[in-house]
Design a protein around this ligand. Structure first.
Ligand code: ADP
Ligand code: ADP
Ligand code: MG
Length: 460
């Protein structure tokens, strides 16, 4: 096992990885930007090093500074968390060159799956269903137009390098295809430094269903069940649950097998997620693979009883998976709510600033992963996720009730949060029935905000 691991991240996930290291008797080394001197991960750690100014490009994305700290402190491995360098193939390669283990798949695998247009091809070859669309990238807006005309509208223009819901445009009207293609391409160039685009048919009223995968160096691949992440705003997840209400045992079995086949085709190692969209008729299609730990991994931890970050570290150290597929059983129901510093009433404007007071929920079946403490000043430079409230209960309805009461206990004074909006979602009859898709939030936003303003949650 590793002696010392560098945590190349910040926020709640840095704290999450810190805890896994301590429980494995590994010395965590943390890094931070000038804006994060007071961050919780820095306060917890005995060894903390400043790697540069606030801007991510100068600190958390600064490969050289991070590798320099890792070498100087004698770290055996680096855990990248999510976001930042977690899906950066150059960084994974650089770690390997320095003889430091990157806790994740190899640079080659990250490259292969990181190009979403190329990943579609690989999956098709492996017999995994993909959304009808382009065969690889489309070079020009005119080619995209010709292809869209033959696939049929609506279509979705996507960025090969995309992530975080950016670089995507839905097209319903053929007249709009060329301008929207150019718009998506500019956004992708600005966000990801790449203008490579591809095309998919837009699946109407889909659910986002993903499968957690774990693979070791010895050829073992297991899937740890599904997560339903259909509660999204602008293609970004807000609430996730496991298991999905939309899957029959047969469909779960089929999709799980497809996820394992996908990971095997990619020669995958470590934790990963295979994302699918599921149409209302029960057809599922691969959309992408995320080659890292995900924000929503705790719901899987609660239904499987497996510590995924610990497992990541173990397999990176060369140990075999701690469970076989037969030993993986899903128990009960788990839900996660992402608590963001943003104001739903003001178009979700980010609200950084001082957290005057925080009280976190607790009690039976409640877990909170957060970087907050009383008096903490949320810096404005990074994403707005500040806490994840996760609940586990025997049934879905009990989990919903548990999450409602957990959010009622949560107090955050200072920045505006989306906690009340989440509370309203948990009372919406369609959510309670499990009858929702990725359009739920947009379709119901006005109602939810009105309930929120009236100060009274509706009982479903
Ligand atoms: P998850 O499925 O783990 O929730 P998200 O798409 O919400 O994935 O992204 C998790 C985090 O990673 C967010 O902080 C998001 O901003 C960031 N992220 C995702 N994809 C990219 C990318 N390609 N480049 C940079 N950051 C990304
Ligand atoms: P990102 O890398 O930004 O996470 P994804 O390819 O995973 O991008 O797509 C993000 C979200 O966009 C999905 O969760 C889903 O809600 C929606 N989406 C993606 N592809 C399609 C599609 N072909 N049809 C309908 N919705 C889609
Ligand atoms: Mg995705």
């Amino acid at each position: 096992m590793f002696k010392r691991v560098l945590i190349a991240n910040r926020g709640e996930i840095a704290v999450r990885i810190f805890r896994a290291c301590r429980e494995l008797d590994i010395e965590p080394v943390v890094v931070y930007s000038e804006a994060d001197r007071e961050a919780l991960h820095v306060q917890l750690a005995e060894q903390a090093f400043c790697i540069g100014p606030a801007r991510s490009a100068d600190s958390y994305l600064n490969l050289d500074a991070i590798l320099t700290v890792a070498k100087a402190t004698g770290c055996d491995a680096i855990h990248p968390g999510y976001g930042f360098l977690s899906e950066n193939d150059t960084f994974a390669d650089a770690c390997a060159q320095e003889g430091i283990t990157f806790i994740g798949p190899s640079g080659d695998v990250i490259r292969a799956m990181g190009n979403k247009a190329a990943a579609r091809k690989l999956m098709q070859q492996a017999g995994v269903p993909v959304v009808p669309g382009s065969d690889g990238a489309v070079d020009t807006a005119e080619q995209a137009k010709a292809l869209a005309d033959s696939i049929g509208y609506p279509v979705l223009i996507k960025a090969s390098a995309g992530g975080g819901g950016r670089g995507m445009r839905r097209v319903f009207d053929p007249e709009q295809l060329i301008p929207l293609f150019e718009e998506a391409r500019s956004e992708s160039e600005a966000c990801f430094g790449s203008g490579e685009m591809y095309l998919e048919k837009l699946i109407l009223n889909p659910r986002h269903i993903e499968f957690q995968i774990m693979a070791d160096r010895h050829g073992n691949v297991i899937q740890l069940g599904d997560r339903d992440c259909s509660i999204q705003r602008r293609n970004q997840k807000l609430l996730e649950e496991s298991p999905s209400k939309a899957l029959t045992p047969e469909l779960r079995e089929q999709m799980g097998a497809a996820a394992v086949a996908a990971a095997k085709a990619a020669h995958y190692e470590n934790a990963g997620t295979i994302e699918f969209v599921l149409d209302p008729e029960g057809h599922f299609y691969f959309i992408e693979m995320n080659t890292r730990i995900q924000v929503e991994h705790p719901v899987t931890e609660l239904v499987t009883g497996m510590d995924l970050v610990r497992e990541q570290i173990r397999v990176a150290a060369g140990l075999p998976l701690s469970r076989t597929q037969e030993e993986v059983q899903l128990h009960g129901h788990a839900i996660e709510c992402r608590i963001n510093a943003e104001d739903p009433a003001r178009n979700f404007q980010p609200c950084p600033g001082k957290v005057e007071f925080v009280h976190l929920p607790g009690g039976c079946g409640v877990r909170v992963d957060t970087c907050l403490y009383n008096g903490y000043e949320l810096p404005p430079y990074y994403d707005s996720l500040m806490a994840k409230v996760i609940v586990h209960a025997p049934t879905r309805l009990e989990a919903i009730r548990r999450m409602r009461r957990a959010l009622e206990e949560l107090i955050i004074e200072g920045p505006a949060t989306n906690a009340d909006l989440l509370h309203q979602i948990l009372h919406h009859p369609d959510f309670v029935r499990g009858n929702y898709n990725t359009g739920f939030l947009e379709a119901n936003m006005q109602t939810l905000l009105a309930w929120s303003n009236s100060g009274e949650a509706r009982e479903a």
